[in-house]
Design a protein around this ligand. Structure first.
Ligand SMILES: Cc1cc2nc3c(=O)[nH]c(=O)nc-3n(C[C@H](O)[C@H](O)[C@H](O)COP(=O)(O)OP(=O)(O)OC[C@H]3O[C@@H](n4cnc5c(N)ncnc54)[C@H](O)[C@@H]3O)c2cc1C
Length: 294
C-alpha cells in the first residue's frame, strides 16, 4: 500500500530497516533475523541500497524475498549517487516489476571502501535532482530523508530545511528521519518543518544501542549526538557485560519510543542493523507495557 494511504488508515505504524547481506553467512543470519522480527507484524520494511549501486542485486533480492515470499510491504531506499539515468531507470523498473509501491529516494555518498570509484558523468548531485528525474517516470509514492540534527554537509539547519521543503515540492510524500538519541531534536525539527509549510508525515527512526564502539563510529558518520544522558547510562555499565548493555539499550529505546508514541508520531522506524534482540526487546516491552497494542 502507498504510505500516504497507509497513514490515513493507521497510525502509529511499526517499520523495520534491513540491509542486504554481503556474505552467505550474513545471508543465513539475516533470514533468521527477518523471521524473528516479522513476528511483530511490521507495517512495512525498509531495504537499504549500497553506495554507488554496490548492493544493487542484493537489495533487489532482499526486496523480492520480503515482499513476495514473506508477504510484507517493502519500501526500498534508492541511493542515486554515482549512477547514470539509464541505471536509475533500470533499478526502479525492476522494483516496479516486483510490485513495489513506495521508494525512499536519497542521494547517497561516495563508497568508503572504493577510493577509485568513478561516478557516472551524469550522476545527480542531490536528492532533489533524483526526485525531479524519477517523479514523472514512475507512479511510486516517493519519500526523502530528513536530519533532525541537520545534515553534516549543510550550510545551516535553515538551509537544510529549505532543501527538505524543495524535496517535498518535487514530490516527496513522506520523510524518514535519521536516528537521534534525544527526542527533543525530533520534536524541534517537526515544529520547524511545520512552520515552513512542510506538511507530510515525518517518521522518526530509532537506532537501538547494543554496541558502544559501533554506536560511536556510526553516530559520528551519521551526525547523531550521543547525549550526556546516554553517556551517563553507559558509564554505569560494566564494559564486559553484554547482557547488561543489551538490556540498557532496550530500556533506553523503549523510553524513546514511548515518549514519541505518546506525542502522536505517525509511527516508529527501527534501524535493526540486521540484528533482532534489541528491536525485538523494545517492541516486546512496548506491547507488554500497553504502549503498543498486542
Ligand atoms: C532514513 C535514511 C535512509 C538512508 N538510506 C540510505 C541508503 O539506503 N543508502 C545510502 O547510500 N545512503 C542512505 N542514507 C544516507 C544518505 O544517502 C546520506 O545522508 C547522504 O549524505 C545525503 O542524502 P540525502 O538524500 O539527504 O541528500 P540531499 O538531500 O541531496 O542532501 C545532501 C546535502 O546537500 C544539501 N542539499 C540538498 N539539496 C540541495 C540542492 N538542491 N542544492 C544544494 N544543496 C542541497 C542538503 O542540505 C545536505 O547538506 C540514508 C539516510 C537516511 C536519513
Amino acid at each position: 500500500m502507498r504510505l500516504s494511504e497507509l497513514w490515513q488508515k493507521k497510525q502509529p505504524t511499526i517499520s523495520l530497516e534491513f540491509f542486504p547481506a554481503r556474505t552467505p553467512e550474513a545471508e543465513e543470519n539475516l533470514e533468521r533475523v527477518i523471521d524473528q522480527l516479522i513476528f511483530f507484524e511490521p507495517d512495512f520494511v525498509g531495504v537499504t541500497f549500497g553506495a554507488g549501486g554496490s548492493t544493487r542485486e542484493g537489495s533487489r533480492h532482499l526486496i523480492d524475498k520480503i515482499l513476495n515470499d514473506k508477504g510484507f510491504d517493502v519500501v526500498p531506499y534508492f541511493a542515486g549517487y554515482g549512477l547514470g539515468p539509464d541505471d536509475i531507470e533500470a533499478v526502479l523498473e525492476s522494483y516496479q516489476f516486483l510490485g513495489v509501491e513506495n521508494v525512499l529516494v536519497v542521494r547517497g555518498d561516495p563508497p568508503h571502501n572504493q577510493p577509485n570509484f568513478q561516478p557516472h558523468p551524469e550522476s545527480m548531485a542531490h536528492a532533489t535532482d533524483l526526485l525531479d528525474f524519477i517523479r514523472p517516470l514512475f507512479p511510486f509514492c516517493l519519500g526523502a530523508a530528513g536530519y533532525p540534527e541537520g545534515h553534516s554537509e549543510a550550510e545551516s539547519k535553515e538551509k537544510d530545511l529549505e532543501y527538505l521543503r524543495m524535496k517535498v515540492m518535487k514530490g516527496a510524500e513522506f520523510i524518514i528521519t535519521n536516528y537521534f538519541y534525544d527526542n527533543q531534536y525530533y520534536f524541534d525539527y517537526v515544529e520547524r518543518c511545520r512552520r515552513l509549510g512542510i506538511d507530510v508525515p515525518i517518521l522518526p527512526s530509532i537506532m537501538p544501542v547494543f554496541n558502544v564502539k559501533m554506536m560511536e563510529s556510526l553516530s559520528k558518520l551519521c551526525g547523531a549526538t550521543i547525549t550526556p544522558k546516554l553517556r551517563a547510562g553507559l558509564a554505569d555499565l560494566s564494559t564486559t557485560d553484554k547482557r547488561a548493555l543489551l538490556n540498557f539499550g532496550i530500556d533506553f529505546g523503549f523510553e524513546q519510543c514511548k515518549e514519541l508514541l505518546q506525542a502522536g508520531v505517525p509511527g516508529i522506524h527501527f534501524y535493526t542493523m540486521d540484528r533482532s534482540p534489541s528491536t525485538a526487546g523494545i517492541l516486546a516491552k512496548l506491547r507488554r507495557e500497553g504502549v503498543l497494542p498486542c
